[in-house]
Design a protein around this ligand. Sequence first.
Ligand code: UDP
Length: 254
Amino acid sequence: MARRRQLYEGKAKILFEGPEPGTLVQYFKDDATAFNAQKKGTITGKGVLNNRISEYLMLRLGEIGIPTHFIRRLNMREQLIREVEIIPLEVVVRNIAAGSISQRLGIQEGTRLPRSIVEYYYKNDQLGDPLVCEEHITAFGWASTQDLDDMVGLALRVNDFLSGLFLGVGILLVDFKLEFGRLWENDEMRIVLADEISPDNCRLWDAKTGEKMDKDRFRRDLGRVEEGYQEVARRLGILPEAGVRDLKGPELMQ
Ligand code: UDP
């Protein structure tokens, strides 16, 4: 079989040309980076788990009417997605203070925020993805006011839905990062959720013990990194014990 054309290689994923125009294949690697790629490593099995976790979450979000780029999972490490024009912003939603907001504003990690806070970061590795505000975004033409309204509206719906979904399996959704893309259908453009949603870009804490089950285990050398990702998949009911036929639904916690 002819090797598919690779279009882009990122830190955790590779994009290949898809089988039909307007589609791409997203391949999930085990590579992990942190602190703007200053720290590099491998988390064995991460790609397989993130492929499944992201598939599961994008499908559930699709069911409540959130438009996403996801089409279907192809195999252990690949999914078919719609080709979109990525908006060069990382949209972060926070429910509990952690990471950069704790450092920047001196808020103790674990403090519940007065309300969900949405932040924007400009996607630029050379600059280390700086925090930006609406003025920068519209002045430099990265997105319009309408695009931002759409993105914030979607991000808050995603937050409400995923907070409830994770809480149902005993996990606190502390914060997460989303990316959006523009999808054209005929002459109409709409903003859709792109990239992935996984423990690589969410902070997920055990609701009872506060134990971290996300990439912070890698960033902060907490050990048992693989186990964190596996536990998230297990609780969502998508960690097959005996192959793909063994899929169960989510396990509700009391
Ligand atoms: N995040 C991400 N990619 C980035 C930066 C952040 O996915 O390039 C996610 C991160 O996993 C966390 C949230 O966005 O869930 C907020 O991250 P924060 O700003 O606290 O930065 P960090 O402490 O991760 O550097």
